[in-house]
Design a protein around this ligand. Structure first.
Ligand code: SF4
Length: 293
């Protein structure tokens, strides 16, 4: 189990890897409550992974995640808190409310999700940074300052755990802030996505749904179908987001926009029985370490 003897040569992303700080000031678990980050959280709580001396568990809340994600995340946060470990949901803007407010107030800038445009293009994806990463980074800085009295953290003094699995090494990137060093414990343990699923089967732990917003541009038709069946309220919010995204001319987008790559409004997709099309999107990815893990 982690930490294992580390074979640097075996790491496909060796260029990004530097030896871990043996005694980080703070270890932060990026906890999106997807299958992989939840596996790390449960591994810590079950005593299968060594508990860092000083651990902070941080989750983001962009405002429209699956209800099972929220339920499982909150339960796990409570378990950390019971053990005296800080587990925090980073306060921050909610994507649907933010979009509606900005439209109503006539603002012309938005850090929106990567919507699909009528001609088949895609707008820039800024949502992960604005609605997840920045709020979480603010929590880490506030924690260092108010709980640990550290205003200027030293280089590599904060260790950040991200739940990429062995087969996702192409997603690994260094963090931009010098005071933080990233670690990928599942990669260090050599666990693939399949291994993670097997772990859930073997332990009987509840496996959460993939960590993705209900209205995410990366959801394929079958994902939207699953959301509509398992989280009807969340799907209604996804429809609301989709409808509010249709006309984004105020933000400089001339074409109609859609959350589904099929370029069908979500209400129509549902009315059509979620029939997949050749232009369907599925399993698209980003390297943030906060979405789709
Ligand atoms: S899950 Fe999708 S919509 Fe949500 S923050 Fe990540 S990329 Fe954006």
């Amino acid at each position: 189990m982690f930490p294992v003897s580390f074979n640097r040569d075996s790491m496909l992303f060796a260029g990004y890897w530097v030896p871990p700080n043996p005694s980080p000031t703070l270890t932060v678990l990026n906890y999106s409550c997807g299958r992989q980050s939840h596996r790390l959280a449960r591994g810590l709580l079950r005593g299968e992974l060594p508990m860092p001396e000083k651990l902070l568990v941080v989750s983001a809340d962009p405002g429209n995640e699956h209800r099972d994600t929220i339920r499982i995340r909150d339960r796990t946060h409570a378990e950390f808190l019971e053990r005296g470990i800080h587990a925090v949901i980073a306060p921050g803007p909610k994507m649907l409310e933010d979009l509606k407010e900005r439209k109503a107030s006539g603002r012309t800038r938005i850090d929106n999700s990567a919507l699909w445009t009528a001609s088949g293009g895609q707008s820039a994806q800024k949502c992960t940074k604005y609605y997840k990463i920045s709020p979480m980074d603010r929590v880490v800085r506030a924690y260092l300052l108010y709980h640990m009295g550290i205003k200027q953290p030293k280089e590599n003094s904060v260790e950040r755990w991200i739940g990429f699995s062995w087969d996702e090494q192409s997603r690994c990137k260094p963090l931009s802030q010098k005071y933080q060093q990233v670690r990928w414990p599942l990669i260090e343990m050599g666990e693939t996505k399949e291994d993670v699923e097997l772990w859930y089967k073997m332990t009987g732990e509840e496996m959460p749904p993939p960590s993705v917003c209900n209205h995410c541009w990366a959801n394929g038709t079958q994902t939207f179908k699953r959301i509509s069946e398992t989280d009807p309220e969340g799907f209604e919010r996804a429809i609301e987001f989709d409808e509010a995204s249709r006309d984004m001319s105020q933000f400089g987008m001339r074409e109609k926009c859609f959350v589904s790559k099929t370029l069908m409004p979500l209400v129509e997709l549902r009315a059509n029985g979620f029939e997949a099309t050749s232009s369907d999107s599925q399993a698209l990815s980003c390297d943030s370490g906060m979405c789709f893990i």
